[in-house]
Design a protein around this ligand. Sequence first.
Ligand SMILES: C[S@@+](CC[C@H](N)C(=O)[O-])C[C@H]1O[C@@H](n2cnc3c(N)ncnc32)[C@H](O)[C@@H]1O
Length: 221
Amino acid sequence: MRLSSRLKQIADFINDEEKIIDIGCDHALLDIYLYENRKKMKIIASDIHEKALNQAKVNIEKYNLQDKIKLRLGDGLDVLKKNEVNTVILSGMGFLTITKILENEKLEGINNIVIQSNTDVVKLRKHVIKLGFCIEKEALVKDKDIIYTVIRFTRGNEKYSYDEIYFGPKILENKDELFYEYYNKKLLKYENLLLQLPKYEIKSIIHHKRLIRILKKEVAK
Ligand SMILES: C[S@@+](CC[C@H](N)C(=O)[O-])C[C@H]1O[C@@H](n2cnc3c(N)ncnc32)[C@H](O)[C@@H]1O
């Protein structure tokens, strides 16, 4: 089975013998790929919507994996029993949905979270770090002309600079072609926005000037 480059990057951030839950699995293609390629994994695929979970069921049965991938219907971490998994995958959702799902006492038993948020990646880094995690791995990935950020958080405490929170500490350590493409586009967007901002938007002007300064510093080759 072939995965999109976005889902493949998420799969690459999962270790071979992890016990995972893929929350919001929808089609469950990621889970089918993970089982097919790493037979030792324990996998739970869950979704809050019955229609999505039915689609997952159809796909899982197509690959004859109904005994290998457990399906759960329900909201976020609520579907878990104690110590069932050590790693959570949250992908293809927005910042608010993801942070709401993480607001759950069952997070205590979780050691790793692999996240691909469709929105507010900078806010997401800040939020998950505050929950007692640090950033273990990060990558930018391009899929059908959209550049996504995939992050693997693990339990731990680390201090990060403003630039590290903004770009991602691991992404900054290893700037690739996608980094320059992604952040040069952002730089251009903010420069144009700054030209259009009315003079009374003082806070926004200061904020965007700061972003432009750090973007210029980091994208200069
Ligand atoms: C856009 S799909 C992403 C599917 C897949 N994870 C991916 O990355 O391609 C988002 C899925 O998350 C599910 N979802 C949203 N909120 C949820 C929650 N609180 N708990 C479980 N699933 C949720 C939706 O029903 C939907 O199927």
